[in-house]
Design a binder for this molecule. Structure first.
Ligand SMILES: CC(C)=CCC/C(C)=C(\C)COP(=O)(O)OP(=O)(O)O
Length: 444
């Protein structure tokens, strides 16, 4: 008997009815706007605090007051540094960005209960078509700013993106965390997840695909092997350990990965940390795969590329949904094949959003860039515009499949699984909203 079938279905008759209605109207290929909440689940109201500390009668007022005081204190401390830009420069070899905190191009929740993503296009016609994707569930600019400010300070401390911190600030990864984890109100948890994400991005920029940051394909395997030991420490014999420790501290990417994981470990159970390690190891395999195409000068086929985008994906970020939310999905449930299938499809879809939105940036770069439209154009012999449309259809199919399968799993799963699957759905919405607005992808 599988884990899920052992779990009794909740007595949620309205949810079942809503789910059946959703699935009945869910015709393949029909253009319908994605619902804000995963069918069969209820979104938490945007901006509501979650019980990450003690719960029970009389504790919520105390908790809210404490959170508010902590945030006020932080803001007061930061006030003197407002607007500070440490370095003028470039990230990933791209020109200087616009103002930090630029908000998304499309509406955020709070708005209609169901919305889609608007199509945008540049004058070369390589814009992003309307995607089947839920809207972001909340927008809390103050929370985003707080997380982003602290994230940039941390990047400075650990030494990543030295000389390029203005671009990091402008990209606004704090906003990504705020948008993608709408059921997490604790800035420190959002920061911990943001550190892990930025360290993973830095691994990509420094080692894989940005020569201006020192990436070299011939050194990729060696760099990634060393970087992995920052996530899963090597335990060397005593005579080698001190010099090894010194080496670990010499490379900013290793320092960032280790520091990000340390911070996360304050909130994550060992099984959740092990989950992240696994997803990062898989991510690094994906980095290697891309490096192999680069060194061969080979464009992968569409199937190979799609399988790649499942492993070189946002899954390490999505996997932290419960850690940021303050609960723990058991390892055995996370690993259940139907859960894995649904969550990895969502991760691929989220990463195809990156492919679509980063096309303009990559189109302008001098090196070989891999993204789904380019791969499709090559294999199908079609125009880039047509390949973009086909990529959007693939994205939409993955999101619809996630919606259907996750909704069914949520109905029969535990409350943690239901919340996790709803959180992944929300992650998709926040991710698209961030890509639509971040200067990293929007011509700044
Ligand atoms: C945060 C995280 C897990 C990043 C790892 C994977 C990654 C870098 C992406 C999914 C983004 O892909 P890409 O290399 O195309 O990045 P940019 O478009 O340059 O942001």
């Amino acid at each position: 008997m599988s884990l899920l079938s052992r779990i009794t279905a909740p007595p949620a008759h309205h949810d079942v009815a809503r789910l059946v209605a959703t699935l009945l109207t869910h015709r393949q290929g029909a253009r319908r706007r994605a619902p804000q909440a995963l069918p069969g689940t209820t979104p938490r109201p945007a901006g509501t605090a979650l019980p990450t500390g003690p719960t029970g009668l009389g504790t919520s007022a105390a908790r809210l007051a404490a959170t508010g005081r902590a945030r006020e204190a932080w803001r007061a401390g930061k006030a003197g540094e407002a607007g500070e830009v440490r370095e003028a420069g470039r990230v990933a070899g791209k020109p200087t960005a616009g103002a930090p905190g630029t908000s998304g191009a499309s509406g955020i929740a709070g708005a209609p209960a169901a919305s889609g993503s608007a199509a945008v296009s540049d004058d070369r016609g390589i814009g992003v078509p309307e995607l089947y994707c839920p809207p972001a569930l909340r927008d809390d600019p103050a929370l985003a700013r707080e997380v982003n400010d602290r994230l940039v300070d941390w990047a400075d401390e650990v030494g990543i993106y030295d000389g390029r911190l203005d671009r990091v600030r402008a990209a606004d990864f704090g906003r990504l965390m705020m948008l993608a984890h709408p059921d997490g109100d604790d800035p420190d948890r959002l920061l911990a997840a943001g550190k892990c994400a930025l360290a993973e991005w830095a691994t990509d920029d420094y080692y894989c695909d940005d020569e201006t940051m020192g990436s070299r394909t011939d050194l990729l395997g060696s760099h990634l092997g060393l970087a992995y030991t920052a996530v899963d420490p090597s335990h060397l014999p005593a005579r080698y350990a001190p010099a090894w420790e010194e080496e670990m501290r010499q490379d900013p990417v290793r320092v960032a990965l280790r520091s990000g994981l340390d911070h996360l470990s304050r909130y994550a159970e060992p099984s959740q940390v092990a989950r992240l390690r696994h997803e990062v190891a898989v991510l690094f395999v994906g980095y290697e795969q891309e490096g192999s195409w680069r060194s061969q000068g080979r464009m992968p086929g569409v199937r190979e590329y799609l399988a790649h985008r499942q492993i070189n994906s946002f899954l390490p970020c999505i996997a932290l949904t419960d850690v940021v939310g303050g609960y723990a999905l058991p390892a055995s449930v996370y690993a259940e094949p139907r859960v894995r299938r649904a969550v990895t499809m969502a991760a691929t879809a989220a990463t195809l959003v990156n492919d679509l939105y980063s096309m303009t940036k990559e189109h302008d770069s001098s090196g070989v860039e891999f993204n789904l439209p380019v791969v499709i154009a090559e294999e199908d012999g079609c125009s880039l515009r047509e390949a973009i449309e086909r990529s959007a259809e693939i994205h939409d199919e993955l999101v619809r499949t996630y919606e259907t399968e996750a909704a069914a799993l949520a109905l029969t799963g535990t409350p943690e699984l239901r919340r996790f699957l709803a959180g992944v759905w929300a992650w998709l919405g926040g991710n698209r909203e961030w890509h639509a607005g971040s200067p990293r992808y929007n011509g700044a």
